[in-house]
Design a binder for this molecule. Structure first.
Ligand SMILES: Cc1ncc(COP(=O)(O)O)c(C=O)c1O
Length: 400
């Protein structure tokens, strides 16, 4: 090989893999050997996509709707998304501001690609969804990961944005409800963050991918607040369509042209049959199914949260949404990754280690996803109880 030829780009050094893949690979190997694993690591709904959506997807294929759509998406889908905001949130948006993307992941790339110049800073909460910082790096920006804890509900505040803001701040990013903590930013707090970001000359980006999955009370979309915010959403989670790869971005009007141009270049369009299927997501019959599933997630949270607390995991803030519990496991271990692997191998329970969500004391935390049925969650809790009991026994023996 020529000594002049360099390897992968430097930025790749800042882009981490998902460590949970190690857990998943071990879990799969154990399942292949006949072990029964309780999966609490998976970040997607266990439910199969609702039948009316599947039927609409099949019809699209049967009708030969297999060609590209416009880069910004099917006009009728953009219209339907606007209608959904009007019905659910009372916000009236021009469909022109909505760009359909391959999942929220596509929307995140459009936001960072159209907004971030080399060296620009984007303020993010740590713990948070790890890809956000990676997308900032892809655009040659600098993620500013701000450590957040239970005192702010694991979310950014306007004070934190003030403290970490600089003349280089280009954007502040919030996820509500958040992955991995499930916590929601209160409307008033979000307004404060928006005002502070605007004073800094920066934009607010809100990832609302778990917006439909809020339990007890409602959460308003950031689009109620102002027209110059970026809002990201997806058909993946509430609508149960992870594998179909459809999401959307609502962009400030001044950015729509650039986002459309970038979409044409980086993915041409979201998958056409999936966009037709997504149209059925807004039908009353489908929404009824989705609401039933939301209630099921709520029942799972209401079981798992007290059960884990009773076992000794610290979960100081009650998560109001998504399907995650971010638990402090430092009572049991100084290394949450080793703990996750050991729990899998000894008890057959798969969870996600904290280091998938940032650098803010990840060794103290693990994430439990309640993306499996109540019965399996109950079995999972019993297995964890037994595992912790044995561990305690072994530690006491070693002391004697
Ligand atoms: C907070 C958050 N944003 C974005 C995504 C990407 O989702 P998708 O591309 O499937 O819409 C995820 C997926 O887990 C997520 O948790």
């Amino acid at each position: 090989m020529s000594s002049l030829r360099r390897g992968v780009a430097d930025r790749m050094g800042d882009i981490a893999p998902f460590y949970v893949m190690d857990v998943l690979a071990r879990a799969k190997a154990m399942e292949a050997q006949g072990r029964k694993i309780i999966h609490m690591e998976v970040g997607e709904p266990d439910f199969v996509t609702a039948a009316p959506i599947i039927e609409a997807g099949k019809r699209a294929l049967e009708r030969g709707l297999t060609h590209y759509t416009a880069a910004a998406g099917l006009p009728q889908l953009r219209q339907a998304i606007a209608g959904f905001y009007a019905d659910r949130c009372g916000v009236h948006l021009s469909p022109d501001r909505i760009i359909v993307t391959p999942g929220a992941s596509g929307a995140l790339q459009l936001v960072m690609g159209t907004l971030v110049n080399p060296g620009d800073e984007v303020i993010l909460a740590d713990p948070g969804y790890p890809c956000n910082g990676h997308f900032v790096r892809l655009a040659e920006g600098r993620p500013i990961n701000v450590a957040v804890g239970p005192e702010t509900g694991y979310q950014l505040t306007d004070q934190l944005v003030q403290r970490f803001g600089s003349p280089h701040t280009r954007a502040v990013m919030v996820a509500s409800p958040s992955n991995p903590t499930g916590t929601v930013v209160a409307d008033e707090q979000l307004r404060g963050i928006y005002r502070t970001a605007t004073d800094l000359g920066a934009y607010l980006i809100v990832d609302e991918i778990y917006h439909g999955l809020v339990y007890g009370g409602t959460s308003q979309t950031a689009l109620c607040m102002a027209e110059d915010v970026f809002v990201i959403n997806s058909f993946s989670k509430y609508f149960g369509m992870t594998g179909w790869r459809v999401g959307w971005l609502v962009a400030p009007a001044a950015f729509v042209g650039a986002a459309d141009k970038l979409a044409q270049n980086i993915f041409l369009a979201a998958p056409t049959p999936a966009q037709h299927a997504a149209l059925a997501a807004f039908e009353p019959g489908t929404l009824e199914i989705l609401e039933q599933r939301r209630r099921e997630f709520e029942a799972r949270r209401d079981f798992l949260l007290p059960a884990l607390r009773e076992l000794g995991f610290r979960i100081p803030v009650e998560p109001q949404g998504a399907f995650y519990l971010y638990a402090d496991c430092s009572r049991f271990t100084a290394d949450s990754f080793a703990f996750a692997i050991d729990l899998l191998e000894q008890a057959g329970v798969a969870i996600t280690p904290g280091k998938d969500f940032g650098r803010n004391s990840p060794e103290r935390y693990v994430r439990f996803a309640y993306t499996t049925g109540l019965e399996k969650l109950q079995e999972g809790v019993e297995r964890i109880r037994e595992y912790l009991g044995k561990e305690r026994g072994a530690r006491n023996e070693a002391k004697e």
